[in-house]
Design a protein. Sequence first.
Length: 250
Amino acid sequence: MMNISGNTVFIPGATSGIGLGLALRLHARGNTVIAGGRRTELLARIRTEHPGIATVAVDTADLASIAAARDELAERYPALDTLITMAGIMEPEDVRDRAALDVAERTVTVNLLGPVRLVSAFLPGLLARPEATIMTVTSGLAYVPLPLTPTYSATKAALHSYTESLRVQLSGSTVQVVELVPPAVRTALMHQQDDPHAMALDEYLDEVMALLEADPKAEQILVERVKFLRNAVAEGRYREVLGVLSGYGA
């Protein structure tokens, strides 16, 4: 059961956007929060601007970096009981352009291998805790793809599937598995910070925190805005929604 306070939380991918916002909200609710990221200058800025948030350097595309972060955190924060696999990238691809393969491979490495490697590295420590949580971060695009970003959408669908299996394998253990499913949110991801069609970041974080508090046993965290995508198949709207998304960026 994920309690809203009293945890020790590691968030790789917390230097901006939803990751940083969630780190600040969780810290304000009485959690010990460690923000992880590749760029040391951003980590230094977080320590300066947000006293009380700890940081650790980690590149989730690098298996050795993940192992080093795990070992450092095991020493500094032996009570670590929550992992939120926030790190991800989103880039457009034109499949007719040979450069799209580079984007695709980079996206798979960060968005799919990254969370899988993080879970593998941190799971033994989490299983040793009386209660622990793994939160993966997928997307509404796991349920209906954005054709402009085919590999991003595919990695989020794969991560959703992985999360479902992870939850089943860990049933009966002390580790709860939660899937955070954001809609489009006004962050730097795909330059959506000024997109009027995307959800305001603070509005999104408000609703996420309310949902976490209302149902500590939730398997998915679904704000109302993401249900347009999440429930498209069940409600017989898949082709319609895919058509809407197909016009994005055209």
